[in-house]
Design a protein around this ligand. Structure first.
Ligand SMILES: C[S@@+](CC[C@H](N)C(=O)[O-])C[C@H]1O[C@@H](n2cnc3c(N)ncnc32)[C@H](O)[C@@H]1O
Length: 311
């Protein structure tokens, strides 16, 4: 399945603005650490970013991030991209899992669309804010994760949608692998796992999105989410964010593993066995992946209760 970005791009619309470009920093030395030490480094980074006045900028970097109305509208727009091809009625019956939920920016609209929402984050400070943000929502669970796996409490169900928006672009490879393996194992039979990876900007490989796949997704959500309003005074990121905050993105462990496209393709197939992998690269440094459980057909020779996969 192709990402909705492909659809929107074909229609001349820009993609999500989750773009605190992490290219300046590569988690120096972290890739060689054991998982738990790497996770501690990432947790410390995000707890300290959460304690700055620019927390919401680090969560979603876009002009207008200080304005709650624009922050929410951007969340709705970003979610629209990530939920490409999913009908609202289908979604309403599904459990959704969000990896790296941050302050709960996507939790509120996701909880409204899905049967249940479970979000987890490596940083306690983020989870605390997400709980405040989602207070009163009965179908929401928010948990702190260890940075390598889905928390035990959240392993009680199968998820129709697993989402990791702007999370793995900040992670070393070993944490991405461990988390993707853990979450992919919880995908429902027809579930879909949508995530972003950072790409090595020097890699020229650009995965092509199949035109037939795009046509099959002409109806991304039965009723599209409202578009993000433009800021009254459009500002670029440099003018919307103090230099001190931008400097933090260069000096802290902020940038994730820079995949090559072929490396990402091979890794995701291995980490999510039984899933189709579709990649889309709308920008040089961003790769979007849609992992889809292969369809199970009752007439494909399987006895009841036994899965038979196509493809
Ligand atoms: C840029 S924010 C995005 C938050 C949210 N996905 C959104 O779009 O609003 C990245 C979040 O991922 C979390 N994070 C980073 N690595 C993680 C990991 N291995 N497991 C869980 N959360 C992680 C960070 O603490 C941070 O809250």
């Amino acid at each position: 399945m192709a990402s909705r970005l492909a659809l929107l791009r074909a229609a001349g619309v820009n993609g999500p603005t989750l773009r605190a470009r992490p290219a300046a920093c590569t988690l120096a030395g972290v890739q060689d650490l054991p998982d738990s030490d790497a996770a501690r480094r990432v947790r410390d980074t995000w707890n300290s970013l959460a304690a700055t006045p620019w927390r919401d900028f680090f969560v979603a970097s876009h002009a207008g991030w200080r304005d709650p109305r624009l922050f929410d509208a951007q969340a709705a727009a970003d979610l629209g991209h990530f939920l490409a091809g999913l009908g609202r009625r289908w979604l309403a019956r599904r459990h959704v899992l969000e990896i790296g939920c941050g302050v709960g920016r996507l939790a509120v609209p996701l909880a409204a669309l899905a049967h249940s929402y479970t979000g987890f984050d490596i940083a306690d400070a983020m989870v605390q804010e997400a709980r405040r943000h989602c207070a009163g929502l009965a179908n929401v669970r928010l948990l702190t994760g260890d940075g390598t796996s889905v928390p035990a409490i959240a392993r009680d169900r199968r998820y129709g949608v697993v989402l990791a928006a702007a999370v793995f672009i900040h992670c070393p490879r070993q944490l991405i692998e461990a988390t993707v393996r853990s979450a992919a194992a919880l995908l429902d039979r027809d579930g879909t796992f949508r995530l972003q990876l950072r790409v090595d900007a020097d890699d020229r490989d650009a995965p092509l999105v199949d035109a037939a796949q795009i046509r099959a997704q002409q109806d991304p959500l039965d009723e599209p989410l409202p578009p993000a309003p433009a800021p009254d005074q459009p500002a670029d990121l440099a003018s919307a964010v103090p230099g001190e905050a931008l400097a933090l993105t260069r000096s802290s462990d902020y940038g994730g593993h820079p995949f090559r496209v072929a490396e990402a393709d091979e890794a995701l197939r291995e980490w999510a066995p039984g899933c189709r992998v579709a990649l889309h690269r709308p920008e040089r440094h961003q790769l979007y992946a849609v992992l889809t459980r292969r369809t199970v057909h009752a007439d494909a020779g399987a006895t009841p209760g036994q899965a038979a996969t196509t493809d």
